[in-house]
Design a protein around this ligand. Structure first.
Ligand code: GRG
Length: 297
């Protein structure tokens, strides 16, 4: 897709250092936290991920004219929930993965019990950060509600439960999309909504972001499946081809590689059309949408 907007790498570089600094500071836990637990928490939280969800929080806040610094705690809270979900997803009782973000998975380094606890701690810390750092309290409460719904049994956890069943069950396109709307899409949409809440977005801005978030969440999952089917494990920082090995139903498995790519392109075009209505402050979101399609990890 031809574009003249600022490349995503340049836009992400503007925020990456401050996101990593804030994550580092929020996870520098006091001595009451056992040092080996703190190490396991920081091992995953500070590992070199793309920080897509924190970027979405900050960029949607920016798109609505909000103060990025005020949104940073929410950006970190979403990354904490994401890191927890990755730790638990990699466990032998779930997806049983050895590599994540180019490193051995948390349980391979810290053991299964501590990996479970590190995930539990990250999930809890996310809500402490929101409650303590977002002002006023009413905004903090809205943020807690939004993130808890996205992480809960009708979204992330429910999607994961259905996805585990999907290994053997027959899955059609509506069911596959419903799984991913909850497993992957809900946290992406929550990131965008948190930015909008903190920026006190108007109804019109929220509507545009809602369309953007829904489209980008699904497109992200389709490209994730395409990367698993056709990507390079070194660039991915984890194994490729695992979905097919496990007999999991994926978008390329159901629609073929070409149709999956076409669908992702269509979703990204719709996402971009929605946020361009917000004007130049949405450049970051637009650039991120292009990146979702072009990414190799
Ligand atoms: C265990 C409750 C629970 C949920 C797990 C996150 C998740 C649900 C599963 C991860 C498996 C997976 C590959 C999902 C596809 C989409 C996804 C969430 C990919 C990982 O997100 P990225 O690419 O990762 O943003 P980085 O490492 O860059 O942050």
């Amino acid at each position: 897709m031809e574009t003249s907007i600022t490349p995503f790498s340049q836009i992400a570089a503007r925020y990456s250092a401050s996101i990593d600094e804030a994550l580092d500071s929020f996870s520098a836990l006091p001595a009451d936290c056992p040092p080996r637990l703190c190490e396991a928490i920081r091992y995953s939280l500070l590992a070199p991920g793309k920080r897509l969800r924190p970027l979405l929080v900050l960029m949607s806040c920016e798109a609505c004219g909000g103060d990025i610094a005020a949104a940073m705690p929410a950006a970190c809270a979403v990354e904490m929930v994401h890191a927890y979900s990755l730790i638990h997803d990699d466990l032998p009782c779930m997806d049983d993965d050895d590599m994540r973000r180019g490193r051995p998975t948390n349980h391979k380094v810290h053991g299964e019990a501590l990996a479970v606890l590190a995930g539990d701690a990250l999930l809890t810390m996310a809500f402490e950060v929101l409650a303590n750092e977002i002002h006023p309290y009413r905004t903090a409460a809205f943020c807690c509600l939004e993130l808890s719904r996205a992480a809960g049994p009708t979204a992330l956890v429910g999607g994961q439960a259905d996805d585990l069943d999907g290994v053997s069950a027959t899955v059609d396109l509506p069911r596959l999309e419903a799984i991913h709307r909850r497993k992957t899409g809900a946290l992406i949409l929550a990131s965008i909504r948190l930015g909008a809440i903190i920026a006190r977005a108007s109804r019109r801005q929220r509507a545009a972001l809602e369309t953007y978030g829904q489209r980008i969440g699904l497109a992200f999952q389709i490209t994730d499946d395409l990367l698993d089917a056709t990507g390079d494990p070194v660039a991915l920082g984890k194994g490729a081809g695992k979905d097919a090995d496990r007999g999991k139903l994926t978008f390329p498995g159901l629609l073929g590689v070409e149709e999956s790519r076409r669908r992702a392109e269509q979703l990204i075009a719709e996402a971009i059309a929605a946020v361009t209505t917000l004007g130049p402050t949405a450049e970051g979101l637009e650039s991120l949408a292009h990146h979702v399609l072009q990414r190799n990890h």
